[in-house]
Design a protein. Structure first.
Length: 201
């Protein structure tokens, strides 16, 4: 499950997100969002959870950058054409529709999913959206299509002004919790370095 960082794609400020339509509209209005993440994976056969942290960026028109800094460096890039992952300075692994159609299709679906596209959500999940008042909300997604239903039991999202937490409950009984903080909406355009990373071959 090394591609779990893709699930962090649903990150964008929310104001009065009382419906799924309002959620989708709000996500569509944010060109670039940056945040800090802390990820904790609880595996039933391990005595201690696995923890990692770092920074991420979502550019609406370009894709996702996920930069893990601890416990080891890992960089992930996802756009419409490829997924590139580099661990600890090793040569990057590149996944495209040509060399791994199933994995690419899975990750492409996740990107569309976490833009809160209602059509995609309702085609692939049983959706339970709840307004908790005082600006708080939750969204539970139960997969109804493959490959999502083979991997996840449920995906739970929770937030207020921003998405604050993602909980992934997989079919093996393991759980991954992603906490998001320090959200930044500026600069609203990619920096030169960020543009170069998306443009790299």
């Amino acid at each position: 499950m090394k591609f779990l960082p893709l699930l962090a794609l649903l990150i964008s400020p929310l104001v009065n997100a009382l419906t799924l339509d309002a959620l989708q509209q709000r996500f569509a209005e944010q060109p670039v969002v940056r945040a800090h993440f802390t990820q904790t994976r609880t595996i039933k056969d391990l005595p201690q959870p696995l923890r990692s942290e770092g920074n991420m960026l979502i550019a609406r028109d370009r894709g996702l950058l996920w930069d893990q800094t601890s416990p080891f460096p890992m960089q992930l890039l996802l756009d419409d054409k490829r997924m590139v992952q580099a661990i600890n300075g090793q040569p990057p692994q590149i996944i495209t529709a040509e060399n791994n159609p199933q994995m690419f299709q899975f990750n492409h679906l996740l990107r569309a999913l976490f833009q809160a596209d209602r059509k995609v959500l309702e085609e692939n999940f049983r959706v339970e959206f709840a307004d908790l008042d005082a600006g708080r909300w939750t969204l539970r997604l139960t997969p109804i299509t493959t490959p999502l239903d083979k991997i996840f039991a449920t995906i739970d999202l929770a937030g207020g002004t921003y998405l604050d937490a993602i909980q992934l409950n997989d079919k093996q009984g393991d759980r991954t919790d992603i906490a998001l903080s320090q959200h930044q909406l500026t600069p609203t355009q990619l920096t030169d370095d960020e543009r170069q990373r998306f443009a790299a071959p």
